[in-house]
Write a protein that binds this ligand. Structure first.
Ligand SMILES: C[S@@+](CC[C@H](N)C(=O)[O-])C[C@H]1O[C@@H](n2cnc3c(N)ncnc32)[C@H](O)[C@@H]1O
Length: 278
């Protein structure tokens, strides 16, 4: 339950949680209000109570509401300067780790795959340029199952690709009508899976542990501050010492977590684990 929302709005969120096991109660009040209001207007419902009734009678509306609440704006190489910093400072240091070690990367809140595939292209390009060969594991997770399905198909409209360098577009994509399909050599580098980052601490062992690099960009921004901190703490635990955390432009670390990381280049929002905190 989100204390800042009235009972009727909480009732809508409760119903979504009951039907789809997604808990939006720790999402920002303003975002929830705006998104529910937009669905109400679209469905032609005068108030939240009527909308809840409508939701119960129209199961497809639950998916439309989840679609509205999980904002999936993304595109390849979003914030190009961040990718430049990754290319020149982060990836070379990852490649320096033991040759037998798999480089582990996790994109939490991956939308339709634009971000993890950008990272895969960057890694592939680096390896080709430097003539090195390394095992790379890229896990990409989200709570929107439709987005994960789209991601796995690797098909994109041209406007998601504006920041892709021409050479990479030619090398890694095939044009299909108005769309572009990502080649298998890049698609096969990314494993997509459903995971809710608000659902509690990630296990200290297993698939959510020992990462060299974690992206969690433009996702925390939709959560209330308490939840942001909880998620950041859990990402901290999923990172190896010396690992990197990339946040979105409007996201930040605070309190003891700000001391536990240092930003590698001011303004990039790429932080390296290894401060005073144990
Ligand atoms: C704005 S997109 C960001 C995509 C990409 N990281 C980027 O920066 O371009 C936010 C993504 O977070 C996902 N998301 C929202 N809440 C989530 C949660 N609790 N667990 C995992 N993913 C979540 C949404 O479905 C959406 O795909």
């Amino acid at each position: 339950m989100n204390a800042a929302l009235d009972n009727q709005m909480n009732g809508i969120l409760e119903y979504v949680k009951e039907r789809r096991a997604i808990d939006f109660s720790s999402y920002r009040e303003g975002t929830i209000r705006r998104r529910i209001a937009a669905r109400l207007a679209k469905a032609g419902m005068p108030d939240c109570e009527s909308y809840l009734g409508y939701l119960k009678e129209n199961p497809k509306e639950i998916d439309a509401l989840i679609e509205a609440l999980t904002i999936k704006l993304s595109y390849f190489f979003r914030d190009p300067l961040v990718f430049e910093a990754l290319r020149h400072f982060v990836i070379p240091s990852l490649v320096d780790i033991g040759k037998e070690e798999t480089i582990r990367i996790w994109c939490a809140g991956c939308a339709r795959g634009e971000e993890p595939y950008s990272v895969a292209i960057l890694m592939k390009d680096f390896f080709c340029g430097e003539g090195v060969c390394r095992n790379v594991f890229i896990l990409a997770t989200d709570i929107d199952r439709d987005a994960l399905r789209d991601a796995a198909s690797g098909i994109y409209k041209a406007d998601a690709l504006n920041e892709v360098k021409k050479g990479w577009l030619d090398e890694y994509f095939t044009k299909e009508g108005d769309n572009y399909r990502l080649k298998e050599s890049i698609r096969s580098m990314v494993a997509f899976a459903y995971h809710d980052i608000t659902a509690g601490a990630s296990p200290a062992e297993g698939v959510f542990s020992d990462y060299h690099l974690i992206f969690c960009r433009n996702t925390l921004i939709y959560f209330e501050r308490d939840m942001q901190e909880k998620v950041l703490q859990s990402l901290y635990e999923s990172l190896l010492d010396g690992g990197y955390l990339a946040l979105g432009e409007a996201e930040s670390l605070s309190g003891s977590l700000a001391e536990a990381f240092r930003e590698i280049i001011p303004g990039t929002k790429i932080f390296r684990k290894g401060g005073s905190r144990s």
